[in-house]
Design a protein around this ligand. Structure first.
Ligand SMILES: NC(=O)c1ccc[n+]([C@@H]2O[C@H](COP(=O)([O-])OP(=O)(O)OC[C@H]3O[C@@H](n4cnc5c(N)ncnc54)[C@H](O)[C@@H]3O)[C@@H](O)[C@H]2O)c1
Length: 366
């Protein structure tokens, strides 16, 4: 790609669903830095503190429920976005066991409603729909999942993300097919599956880093429920770079990119839970932990790995920060916030952009 992200997004109207959440707020920050007009649709920030509120971005924010098809449609009609990043979801596995109906309706029907709103409007050229590595049918495999592997999921959250993937395939085949692009329709739809995302500004419940950070703020050690579980750890800016690059390809009008894509870390980023927290402690000694395996808790996958070869080969995307750097930057973010109240997200984004350029990702330029 010779054109930069700024070339594609500057002055463009972009709708982000889930803009008040962890990943959505980072995405809004990046889009604003690129000069996009950003419209957000989601429920109020899910946590207090909230990264979205702390950033205080110039975003046209609409608070609403993705299960409310009419509200969603009204925002799309009113704001006329040409690109849509769909992140609104109930994203927590343990909560999904307690609230399966909420999770399934939000993540499945909410996705249908987003696509319907886009279908009804004549303005949307690109949709990037965010699911998860958990969308894959779990086989506890030592090799990474590929985009061609079957989707599924035994817990309600994973199942909802597998269903969202099926819905994406259905909408692509039925309403936005590659062969009809430019004649029957002008919308390209892709999905993106990332790994366990870390970075400053996440305070969600039952997630490793936020739990550890909240415990450190209280002066307590955090219990590790699954210290030996392996996850693909990556800084939040890594998949966001992939989503933006994928969106840019769709905005160029290239139907061959309207597919599913993995954006995971290198194999070295597939690391045990305990190693991640131990590394974090090196940068923030106040953060303490102890192993407390919880055999009675709901089932969680032991091993999850993603194969992102397709994104590397065809999109030219690649991870920039390894897991150690991702953890160190995350620790630094929370430590600075805890000690001074300052938010270093803009510094992290500027550093990530510089490092990506140095690694040959010239498309990242702002
Ligand atoms: N954080 C991760 O490690 C991770 C990993 C893989 C995939 N994902 C996916 O990325 C997306 C964003 O996750 P996150 O970590 O930022 O979660 P988050 O909880 O911080 O944000 C979720 C967002 O969705 C909104 N939302 C929830 N229910 C809604 C509803 N019914 N209507 C409208 N908005 C609603 C919330 O208000 C919030 O803005 C989700 O789709 C999630 O499944 C996250």
């Amino acid at each position: 790609m010779t054109q930069t992200l700024a070339h594609h997004y500057h002055g463009r109207t972009v709708l982000v669903t889930g803009h008040t959440g962890f990943k959505g707020s980072w995405l809004c920050l990046w889009l604003r830095e690129l000069g996009a007009r950003v419209v957000g649709f989601s429920l109020a920030p899910p946590t207090e503190p909230s990264h979205y509120r702390l950033l205080d971005l110039d975003v046209e924010s609409f608070l609403g429920d993705v299960r409310d098809a009419a509200a969603l449609r009204a925002v799309v009609e009113r704001c006329q976005p040409s690109a849509v990043f769909h992140l609104a979801a109930q994203p927590l596995v343990r909560l999904s066991y307690r609230e399966p109906v909420e999770t399934l309706t939000t993540n499945v029907l909410g996705t249908v409603n987003v696509y319907e709103a886009c279908r009804a409007a004549d303005c949307v050229r690109a949709i990037v729909s965010i699911t998860s590595d958990k969308a894959y049918q779990n086989r506890e495999s030592a090799t990474g999942y590929r985009e061609t592997d079957p989707v599924g999921g035994s817990d309600p959250y994973s199942c909802s993300k597998g269903c969202a993937e099926l819905i994406t395939s259905c909408y692509r085949a039925s309403y936005f097919p590659a062969h009809g692009y430019g004649s029957a329709h002008r919308t390209l739809l892709a999905s993106a599956r990332a790994g366990n995302v870390i970075g400053g500004g996440d305070w969600a419940e039952d997630r490793l880093i936020p739990d550890a950070v909240k415990a450190a703020a209280r002066g307590e050690p955090v219990p590790l429920r699954n210290p030996r579980s392996v996850r693909p750890w990556q800084h939040v800016l890594e998949p966001l770079a992939g989503y933006l690059l994928l969106g840019a390809r769709l905005l160029e009008g290239r139907p061959e990119f309207a597919e599913a894509w993995n954006f995971g870390p290198d194999a070295q980023g597939e690391v045990e839970v305990e190693a991640v927290v131990a590394k974090m402690q090196e940068s923030w000694p106040a953060l303490c932990y102890y192993a407390a395996p919880d055999a009675s808790g709901p089932h969680e996958t032991k091993t999850l790995k993603l194969d992102s070869g397709k994104a590397r080969d065809r999109l030219g995307w690649r991870p920039v920060w390894d897991w150690v750097e991702a953890v160190e930057r995350t620790a630094l973010w929370y430590r600075r916030y805890h000690e001074t109240g300052a938010v270093r997200s803009r510094e992290d984004l500027a550093q990530y952009t510089q490092d990506a350029l140095r690694r040959g990702c010239e498309w990242v330029a702002g």
